[in-house]
Design a protein around this ligand. Structure first.
Ligand code: NDP
Length: 292
């Protein structure tokens, strides 16, 4: 079994990006700028936004955070989005999810200019991805594809089973895996909560990508010997340790790992690559690579 060390791969990419940014700054140019809109005080969202700011700083991007109150109206939030859409200093921005319940998330995300939609959630970017046109790919699926590429894992002709069909992970990664590209060219089965015989289907997977949000859901009886397992899930499990918790994924790692040819750990697998996806999208916007 080989561990897919997402943390190490992410650090290598960040180190290369940092060198590139140093050259840009030395040449007297402004580096890329990423903004985030954070509504309310959800602790997990605060942590995610802080880690995005930290990642920007570590490679030489500039960043800014627009903190808005929990009870902000949808109209006011859209005004801030419009402001960032029109700010030439901002190459890309994200609206940190989840938003409070009184806000229509799908509607709000459509107000982001697709050219600055570095999370890749706008229907225009999703449509371009489906058609195989240049697009900002959603960060987590893009991170998974980078892991497969960096580990030289053969995907062509393989049966890839994706468990979970969310718009941000399962559905886009299933599309990317079936695309005529490398990584890609897999035969994909997309499973969800209404799938019958899930165990049988998972057992057929050469590559099993799991994003369902249930800790330790995938057990050893669901995994074929020699499979590649990508665990997207991330859960805080309370324990007696000094920290008071440990992290675990959607896969029961301790029981599954020995059956796999490759597996991502949690933490340190897919998680660190998600932020890389976001940084690379921001750089693509800066270089006008998607919308020329
Ligand atoms: P969602 O809750 O949006 O989607 C979960 C999906 O799993 C749904 O499609 C659901 O089916 C399916 N599902 C739920 N229960 C079952 C079941 N018993 N059998 C089969 N399918 C099931 O989750 P996300 O995609 O947003 O996130 C999934 C996990 O990944 C979470 O733990 C999240 O924290 C983590 N995550 C990690 C990231 C990272 O950077 N590492 C980034 C994003 C998410 P249905 O559609 O029928 O309801």
């Amino acid at each position: 079994m080989k561990l897919i060390d997402g943390k190490k791969i992410a650090e290598e990419i960040k180190s290369n990006l940092a060198k590139e940014m140093a050259a840009i700054i030395d040449a007297g140019e402004n580096p890329p700028h990423l903004s985030a809109i954070l509504v309310g005080n959800d602790p997990a969202s605060e942590t995610y936004v802080a880690s995005k700011e930290k990642a920007c700083k570590s490679i030489g991007f500039t960043s800014s955070v627009y903190r808005l109150p929990e009870d902000i109206t949808q109209e006011k939030l859209i005004e801030v989005i419009d402001f960032l859409n029109n700010d030439d200093e901002v190459n890309g921005f994200i609206v940190q999810l989840p938003l409070p319940k009184h806000i229509d998330t799908d509607y709000v995300l459509q107000k982001i200019n697709p050219e600055k939609d570095v999370d890749g959630f706008h229907p225009v970017n999703i449509g371009r991805m489906v058609l195989g046109l240049p697009a900002y790919l959603p960060a987590t699926p893009a991170g998974i594809m980078m892991l497969l590429e960096k580990m030289n894992i053969k995907t062509e002709g393989k049966h890839c089973v994706v468990v979970g069909r969310s718009n941000i992970v399962g559905t886009p990664v299933s599309l990317l895996m079936s695309r005529k590209s490398n990584p890609g060219n897999s035969t994909v089965t997309l499973c969800h909560s209404k799938t019958e015989n899930l165990e049988e289907i998972c057992k057929q997977a050469d590559i099993l990508i799991v994003a369902i949000g249930i800790p330790g859901f995938i057990k050893e009886n669901m995994v074929k010997k020699g499979a590649v397992v990508i665990d997207v899930g991330i859960h805080r499990i309370e324990d007696e340790s000094e920290k008071g918790y440990h992290l675990m994924g959607d896969v029961d790692y301790d029981r599954v790992a020995s059956k796999c040819s490759y597996i991502t750990p949690v933490p340190g697998g897919v998680g660190p690559m998600t932020i890389i996806g976001l940084l690379l999208n921001t750089l693509k916007s800066y270089r006008r690579e998607i919308y020329t």
